[in-house]
Design a protein around this ligand. Structure first.
Ligand SMILES: [Zn+2]
Length: 240
């Protein structure tokens, strides 16, 4: 005959322990601490993202500066060529025009690069200011986080004794339950927080499903383990 009364007591001890755990993990300090924890992770990710972006833009800036230098050398070169052409009597008007046009193209390129550089610098200024702000906020949040962490740790320390006592009660009750029955209980526990349900008013008190008379009789007689057909909870006869 399965010792369901012992299992019922075990469940009560376990639910009590779980309620205590929930209470500890849902104090105002703990809730705020968890929220801050998530916020800090978000901020850290944002900081990392911005750092990477800033690095990329800085590299682009270096490249553009190199391109500007190369273009300036070419402008200088073409300028002296142009001066030579002017002094050269054999140089035709077409050649002079061609040289001037090439010169203007180079200046156009330089102008475009200059504009891109200006845009990049503007972007970097904004990003750096934003970055600084994020870091300041994160530092402030971290201070608050550390303070809350200490509060949470103290809270935990205070409830440690009652939590240990609750666990001890669970362990003690477990000794009275047949291991196979406890195994079955744990299986049902995956779907239901309270795997044992009383039979009340001919119903399963877990899901309120009306139970067949024959099933109730079996439960009340302690005839093996009876599970509710509807929810799968282990039925326990309260009139036993
Ligand atoms: Zn049920």
């Amino acid at each position: 005959m399965p010792n369901l009364a012992a299992l019922w007591e075990y469940q009560a001890a376990e639910l009590e322990k779980e309620a205590l755990e929930r209470e500890i993990s849902s104090t105002p300090a703990r809730i705020k601490f968890n929220k801050l924890h998530n916020y800090l992770i978000e901020q850290q990710n944002a900081i990392r993202r911005t750092q990477k972006e800033i690095e990329q833009k800085q590299q682009a800036l270096v490249k553009l500066n190199d391109e500007t230098d190369a273009l300036l050398s070419r402008v200088e070169l073409e300028h002296s060529e142009f001066e030579n052409m002017k002094a050269d009597a054999d140089c035709t008007a077409e050649e002079m025009t061609e040289c001037r046009e090439s010169h203007e193209r180079l200046l156009g390129e330089l102008f475009n690069i200059r504009r891109t550089i200006d845009e990049l610098i503007k972007w970097l200024e904004t990003a750096l200011a934003e970055y600084k702000k994020t870091r300041t906020n994160a530092t402030k949040a971290k201070r608050e986080y550390d303070a809350l962490k200490a509060v949470c740790e103290a809270e935990f320390e205070n409830s440690k004794a009652s939590l240990e006592a609750a666990q001890a009660r669970v362990n003690e009750q477990a000794k009275a339950v047949d291991p196979a029955l406890l195994e079955r209980y744990k299986r049902v526990k995956r779907n239901h927080n309270a795997p044992v349900a009383r039979v009340e008013n001919n119903q399963c008190s877990g899901c309120n499903m009306s139970l067949p008379v024959i099933m109730i009789k079996r439960v009340l007689a302690g005839d093996g383990i009876v599970e509710c057909d509807n929810c799968g909870r282990i039925l326990y006869g309260s009139e036993q």
